[in-house]
Design a protein around this ligand. Structure first.
Ligand SMILES: [Zn+2]
Ligand SMILES: [Zn+2]
Length: 426
């Protein structure tokens, strides 16, 4: 048994924000009650003193890359999930663009089994939508679902063919799985390394316009409407895309979206020739960034997702044009979310929702602090100062633009199935 005492418990699913003690027994939440009321029942339990901390349902990351199998020089399931635990995440969804691609049940099974052996957090794989994510033929979606995928995506690439997208969505509608699309029009993307704008001209780097993303979002929403399949837009970065999601939601369509911490924090003005600022979709304009923050606040955005994309040094320590797209993201996510809270852009409850009930809803699940629910809890501070030192990361890769950034508040402890899997030192 584990008794979390004296914390301020925030539970977006019920809207409650109150001092509570939580008793975990086995892998479940046994009781939630006002301070002191569980002491007698918790005799002999391990005590975690959460005074001065926020206690929340376990954080979920809908979008990450663990690189295993095939890319173990950049990350493994073991190192990636340890970094996730250190970032406060209790469940993460790895994308299928491994080598081989996770497009069949045997690859899914190997990921699930490896995670069961080495991961401190829950690993909910996302299966490929098409074989090899090549955009030609349907992957073995039903067989992968039996083994545990929670969604399908060809992330890393868009599903370029609208007819295939329709087939995938018809199929996933029947299986009740969301389709997650990396929205990108490849003809506009070709050869680009950052967002098109004043800064790309100034740096002499090839840019892609915001429409690279929003054109694909418009198409997806319409194909989604044909099939009534759940559609989730990955790493949404442009105001025009957000407006499409907003109007789809207003029509009652099952469309959701996620935004990454780097897209709500940085802009294309931050891009110099430093490859730690190269990711796809690229950092957007200031107007886009401000629109994303408004979407996080008003409910248009459903989840904050990291798109944790580790790359070994050899793939990043090259000239900007040749560097791989992507940055690591688990350990800086809560700190960056809290920057929005401290700046008065979103409420603390809303931030917690974007990491818990929001992503859970995208997957058709619930995330609450309630009796008999899974014993997954994220404890964080809103004010303890700390500095992100990427040399101490649990990830195998160091490609973060937030190395050396000072934060006010961050992860304190991560509890999965009733056990403390991460605890901040000091
Ligand atoms: Zn992507
Ligand atoms: Zn991704």
């Amino acid at each position: 048994m584990l008794l979390i005492k004296n914390g301020r418990v925030l539970d977006p699913a019920s809207g409650s924000d109150a001092p509570r003690d939580i008793l975990l027994d086995g892998d479940r939440i046994a009781a939630v009650a006002p301070a002191g009321q569980l002491d007698a029942r918790a005799k002999g339990a391990e005590i975690f003193d959460a005074a001065k901390f926020i206690v929340a349902p376990g954080f979920i990351d809908l979008h990450c890359h663990l690189r295993e199998p095939g890319g173990e020089a950049s990350e493994t399931i073991e190192t990636g999930t340890r970094a996730a635990a250190a970032g406060g995440f209790t469940a993460i969804c790895p994308m299928p663009n491994t080598r081989p691609v996770n497009d069949n049940a045997s690859v899914t099974r190997s990921i699930v089994e490896r995670a069961a052996a080495v991961s401190p957090v829950r690993v909910w794989p996302i299966g490929a939508a098409s074989i090899g994510s090549k955009g030609e033929a349907l992957a073995e979606i039903a067989a992968m679902k039996e083994v545990g995928i929670v969604a399908v995506s060809d992330d890393g690439r868009p599903i370029a063919n609208a007819k295939l997208l329709r087939q995938i969505m018809d199929y996933c509608r029947a299986l009740d799985l969301p389709v997650i699309d990396h929205c990108e029009d490849s003809s506009l993307f070709a050869g680009a390394v950052m967002r098109e704008g004043k800064q790309s001209v100034r740096l002499g780097l090839r840019g892609m316009p915001a429409a690279t993303e929003s054109l694909a979002v418009a198409r997806d929403v319409q194909v989604g409407e044909l099939t009534n399949c759940r559609l989730h837009i990955a790493h949404l970065s442009a105001r025009a895309s957000l407006e499409l999601v907003r109007s789809a939601k207003a029509k009652g369509l099952p469309v959701t979206c996620e935004v990454t911490p780097h897209h709500f924090t940085l802009t294309d003005e931050d891009v110099q020739y430093d490859t730690r600022f190269k990711m796809n979709p690229p950092l957007a304009s200031r107007e886009d960034r401000d629109a994303l923050i408004a979407g996080l606040a008003d409910g248009t955005v459903d989840a904050i997702a990291t798109d944790h994309a580790p790359h070994e040094a050899a793939l990043k320590e090259v000239e900007f044009d040749r560097a791989a797209f992507g940055i690591t993201g688990f350990e800086s996510a809560i700190g960056l979310g809290l920057e929005l809270v401290h700046a008065g852009k979103i409420s603390l409850m809303r931030m917690v929702e974007l990491f818990t009930a929001g992503p859970a809803r995208v997957l058709g699940m619930q995330r609450r602090v309630a009796e008999n629910d899974p014993g997954d809890i994220t404890i964080f501070s809103t004010d303890v100062p700390w500095t992100f030192d990427v040399s101490k990361t649990a990830s195998k890769s160091r490609n973060s633009p937030f190395d050396g950034r000072s934060f006010r508040g961050g992860p304190v402890a991560t509890i999965v199935t009733g056990k403390i899997v991460y605890r901040r030192e000091g």
